[in-house]
Each structure stands twice: as C-alpha cells, then as structure tokens.
Design a protein around this ligand. Structure first.
Ligand SMILES: [Zn+2]
Length: 675
C-alpha cells in the first residue's frame, strides 16, 4: 500500500488518518468521513500526558488566570475547605487530613493561596460499571482512622493513582476525591457532604478531569497509541483479511489528521465523562478545570479556554454551555433564563443509571443559581428542573428523541388512573424523565438568528403558580417570598408537583385542519417525526412538537382524541425565521394588562435588558409568533374539568392562519391545572 488511507477510528465523530507513503497521491476515504469534511493536520500528542511541556502549559494557563482574570477570582470560594482532603505532598505516604486541621497550619507558600487558605484540587470522573466500581478504594467507617494515617495507594485503582500524581505535579498539596473524602455507606455523611458539593468544586484551586474516563480502573496519564484495522487486499483488489497498524511516535508518525472540529470538542465527545449525568454539575460548579484528553491537555476557566499546542484562547460564552457546562463569567441575572435552557438541553442528554437521579444530580447547580439570584425574590422558585419566573420559556422544551411510545401506550400515559410517567419520573410539564430535550426552535424562529444565544420572548400568561404536594405544605406564586425552609425540598422533589396556569386557551381545531398533517421538514433537524405542521385549507396554521406522538403512527391516532387537545398560550416572539428584522429586542404590550401583577411586569424587565424595549409597542402584534403547550384533559375531565396533561408544544408563525393575532381571535382566558 503506497497511498494514504483514511479509516474511521473509535467513533464516527473522530477519524485518524494514517499517512503511508506519499500522501499527495490518491487519498482514499471510507464513507464515514464526509467528502466535504475539512481535514486538519496536527502534531501528534505525547504519549505521556504530563510531559514537561504539558506541565509548563498548564501551569502557565493557571497563572494567567490567577494574574489576569478578576472575574475568575471573584467567583472562587477561596476560603472554603472540604471536611476531608487527601494530602499528596509526601510521595511515600498519602493520607487523609481534616480540612479544619490544615486551614490554619499551612505554611507552604507554593501550596497556599495568597490569603493563606491551602489549595486543593478536586477530581471529576466516572466510577464506571459496578464490576469496576467494586475495586474503588473507599473510605468507610471501618477504615477512616487508618486512612488518616495512610491511604494504601498501592491498592487503589489506576485513575486515583494518576489523579494523585497529577495533583502533585501541578504543585497542589491536597486533593478531594468523593470515594475517599466522603465516608462511603454512611448516609448521614453522604447527605452532609453532598450538600456542600457546590462549595467543594467551586472552592477547588483546580478541578482535574480525565475526559476519556470510563471507569476508575482506567488511568489517564498515558495516552494509548491509536491503532487502526486495515483491510488486506489481494493483488486483484479483493479484501482477503485485515491487519492492524499501531501508532508509534517517530518522525514518520509525528503527524495525524482529524476531521474538522476543535481538539477540545473532539476530546469531549470521544470520552464517557461528558455523557455521565453526575459529572455535569461537577464541571458546572468548578471555577476552572484541567482536562486530560486523547488529543491534548486543555485548561478552561470562567473566562476562556486554551488547548495545548493551539496557541489561541477561546472566550467562553453562555451559548457554549450546551457543549461544556463550566459556568462562564458572562452569566448574569439577565441571561440566566437563557443559560438555564442551554443547561437543560445539555443535561437532559446525559445518562443516569437511575433516571430518577436526574433531578438530584442537578440540585447543586440549582442551589448555585438560587444563591446567584439573591435579591430578586420573585425569581427564587425552583420547580421540577425549571424556574417559575422563566416558565413561559422553559416550559417550551421539546423532545428531540422519539421515546418509542406507541399510540395505545400514549393513551395509557394520558390515563390518570395509571399516570406512570408522572408518578415515576416527574409531572408531565417537566422535562425531567425525558431523554434529550432542547429549545433550538425557539432560537431559530424567535430570533431568526442561530448564532444568538439570547431569546427575548414576551410572557403572555396571566399567572403561573407552582404547587408542591401537600406533603411539603408549600405554595409558591410568582410574587411570593418562599419560605426558606421549604426551598431545599424543591431542589430534590418533583413528585406530584402541579402548575396552575391562567392564560389564553383555545381548543385545537381538529374538524377544520387538513388531514393528514405534514412532517415538519427542516434540514437542520434530526428527523424524528415528532415535529408536525398543521394547515387549514392549504394555509399554514401551526407547528406541533409532540412529546410522544410520532408521525409514523398517524394512522393509529384516534382523531376524536386530538379534538380534545387544548392549546395554551405561554409566550410570543418576533417569529421571524429570516434575520431581516432587527426587532429581537422588541417588547410588545401585554394584552393581559389589567391582570398583570407587579411580579409579572418585573419578569419582563428582568429578562430583557435592552434599553429600547418600549419601541415598537402596539404596532408589532400582527407580526408576532405565538408559543404554547398542547394539553390533554385527564380522564373524567371531558366535561368542563380543569386538569390536564402536557402532551407537546406548539408554535404558530405569523403567516397564513397562524400568528399571535389569529390565535387571540379564537382564544379565551381560562385557568387550568397541569399535572
Ligand atoms: Zn480565568
């Protein structure tokens, strides 16, 4: 074989190209690599993750952040120390120490921050499957005293050994690892320590993250040489077998190629760490991280990200939360609604051993947002993974993955006698329990600008109230000062929580719409057939995003059921799908004016910081798009009852028979309870 050949590596996202012979001659590509993909050429990474050049790069990145990033310093809890830490200073004897014992006694200037609090690193990693996790070295009630004398590192899995080594090499004296610093099997200790998680990661000098981490049994400081399997062709070109080529560092192998995405993204998507649910908030709550990836080492703080060997700094923005959850310094009260939507989009795609863990694994981050909003009382209420103050947008999540729910089962889901989903996971209106939700269509259609991470929408509801079940005796409304004692419950509970929505509603015009509905074709969307378009006499009416109902099942749909669908108006937006209008900041008057209370109006001014918000008032109504929920009456609720399930979202663009003004013509104000 004399030509260069391209073969897929570990995933479809990443390709390694091994040049054999003259690469200028006849490059052959396999179908997994798009012919249009841009091919980059980059120096191969060293096999040892902590070579002197990498250490220098990481230390410099940390120093640059220390010296120049005021916002990073401000956001780090430099005075906090966890209950227990691993003292890694002595190579021959690693042991547990109490945070309180070292807070006053540290004297080593190299390991102390300027204010005297000792620095520690925190580890974010995956324990791995049960058969690996059983080999995890753990602190228990039985061995905690021994661990304060010495931790038997020779018995620890490779990942922990590497983390200890990396901490020491980065010049940090202490390390926090959950398996050793929280007493395993001790519920009381777990609850207490889990409650400080945002401080543990937020206070760490650095968070260490092996992006390839699949399990504690796999170390991360030695890159495995990539290898590929090539077909062995006979003289006539017939495949007669295969052979492997393993990467070796030599002048010949000094370069490798990759498809066009930056090495940071590649390293994230190639590993398991970014897919696990529990690691999400560990990153989100960290003030900065070093990431050891397959292609390079990376440093990210709240301000920027740098990759070894790339020579440029990437500023981090709110829109990037979908890629990597470390909260950027640009997060403010004004954009927290948009930031949370990015967070939900990214987080809902993560995997959990127990789906019900999702809300628990987000609790620390919710706490952080809660404290972040201190001073704005009407923004404080957290309900089932969303914020009451932003529900007019956050309720508009849509499913991007078809759950495979056949029509009879869909009917079953709607039957309140067996509301399995609601009982097991979450209220129907909450995204919790759904896999991979997003808000992309809001950005696309409301802003008309895909690059914008901000979606200013006008709240069209009159009132939304969230109720926890009576067990928690908590009732909170938009303008309520919530009882602080009840707040912790809200971060971890979701069972039975209901919403009471007072808004414009209309019955879905089933008898008038064209049958069958149309699939909503958008080349940028994965075709899940969950997105439909409805017309009336060939004129556009609205789009539907179903939570369960797939267009492939249309022939099984009971049309009389669809006639019972209720459309509830939540928001309106500019609704332009082209970017010709510059009215993304426009704020139209509130039709529900008389009934808007004080908190309602404060919602709007908080969400939209634009100065010119009074421009275009009144004149824009006919051009606005409407956004809302599809609700379905619970059984026994056919004759005027008010209890409903959410079954999807709809939006109606201002064209044909669609748009806000048309909707309002057929709607009336109602108060509905959504379970
Ligand atoms: Zn920084």
């Amino acid at each position: 074989m004399t030509n260069a050949s391209v073969y897929p590596a570990a995933s479809n996202d990443t390709c390694l190209i091994f040049a054999v012979g003259d690469i200028s001659v006849g490059t052959k590509m396999l179908p997994t690599l798009s012919p249009n993909a841009r091919i980059e050429f980059r120096a191969a990474p060293p096999q040892n993750m902590l070579e002197p050049t990498t250490k220098t790069f990481l230390k410099q990145a940390i120093e640059t952040c220390d010296a120049g990033h005021e916002e990073c310093k401000r956001n780090r809890e430099t005075s906090f120390l966890p209950t227990r830490l691993i003292d890694v200073r002595d190579e021959n004897k690693v042991r547990l120490v109490a945070g309180s014992a070292i807070s006053s006694s540290s004297s080593s200037s190299s390991s102390s921050s300027t204010c005297g609090t000792p620095r520690y690193a925190a580890l974010s990693y995956c324990w791995g499957p049960g058969y690996h996790a059983q080999y995890q070295l753990k602190t228990t009630r039985d061995n905690i005293d021994a661990h304060f004398t010495e931790i038997p590192i020779d018995q620890s899995p490779p990942l922990l050994r590497d983390a200890i080594y990396a901490t020491r090499e980065l010049g940090v004296s202490f390390l926090w690892v959950d398996s050793l610093c929280i007493i395993q099997g001790d519920r009381e200790d777990w609850v207490r320590e889990a409650g400080t998680m945002h401080k543990v990661y937020g206070g760490a000098y650095i968070t260490i993250c092996p992006t390839l981490s699949k399990s504690c049994m796999r170390g991360f400081l030695r890159r495995e040489a990539p290898s590929i399997t090539l077909p062995y062709l006979s003289a006539s070109g017939e495949p007669v077998g295969t052979y492997n080529i393993r990467y070796q560092r030599s002048w010949l192998w000094k370069m490798y190629y990759s498809v066009a995405s930056d090495p940071f993204t590649q390293d994230l998507i190639a590993g398991s760490w970014v897919r696990r649910g529990w690691t999400f908030q560990e990153a989100a709550l960290s003030s900065r991280m070093v990431l050891f990836g397959a292609t390079a080492a990376h440093f990210q703080c709240r301000k920027s990200r740098v990759t070894e060997g790339e020579g440029y700094e990437t500023p981090v923005e709110i829109g990037e939360l979908a890629l990597f959850p470390l909260l950027p310094s640009t997060l403010t009260k004004q954009n927290m609604g948009s930031a949370w939507r990015h967070i939900i989009s990214a987080f809902s795609g993560r995997s959990f051993t127990q789906p019900t863990d999702a809300i628990l694994a987000l609790a620390g981050l919710a706490h952080h947002f809660h404290s972040f909003q201190t001073g704005a009382d009407d923004e404080l209420v957290y309900c089932s993974g969303m914020w009451l103050h932003h529900l007019h947008e956050q309720l508009l999540w849509r499913c991007t993955v078809y759950d495979g729910c056949p029509w009879p089962l869909w009917r079953c889901v709607l039957d309140p006698q067996t509301p399995e989903r609601v009982q097991t996971f979450a209220p129907s209106w909450s995204w919790v329990g759904h896999k991979s939700v997003d808000y992309q269509y809001l950005d696309d259609y409301n802003n008309g600008n895909r690059s914008s991470s901000r979606t200013p929408m006008t709240d069209e509801t009159i009132k939304i109230t969230s109720r926890l079940p009576s067990l928690f005796s908590s009732l909170s409304e938009n303008s309520d000062d919530s009882d602080e004692d009840d707040e912790p419950d809200r971060f971890v509970s979701w069972h039975g929580q209901t919403l009471e929505i007072t808004a414009l509603t209309a019955t879905f015009p089933m008898t008038r719409v064209d049958i069958p509905p149309l699939p909503n074709h958008d080349s940028n969307e994965a075709n899940t057939n969950l997105f439909w378009t409805w017309n009336i006499a060939n004129e556009y009416l609205c789009n539907a995003n179903w939570d369960f109902l797939n267009l492939d099942l249309w022939k099984e749909v009971d049309r009389s059921d669809l006639a019972r669908l209720r459309m509830v108006l939540l928001s309106s937006g500019s609704g332009s799908s082209d970017s010709s209008s510059s009215d993304s900041s426009d704020q139209s008057g509130d039709e529900s004016g008389d009934e808007s209370d004080e908190s309602d109006s404060s919602k709007k001014s908080n969400e939209n910081e634009n100065e010119n918000e009074n421009e275009n008032k009144e004149t824009e109504h006919d051009d606005r798009a409407a956004f809302g929920l599809f609700l379905f009456p619970t059984a026994g609720n056919d004759n005027g009852g008010t209890t409903f399930y959410r079954v999807g979202t709809w939006y109606s663009l201002p064209k044909g028979k669609g748009g806000l003004a048309n909707f309002k013509r057929h709607a009336s104000v109602e108060t509905l309870v959504v379970i």
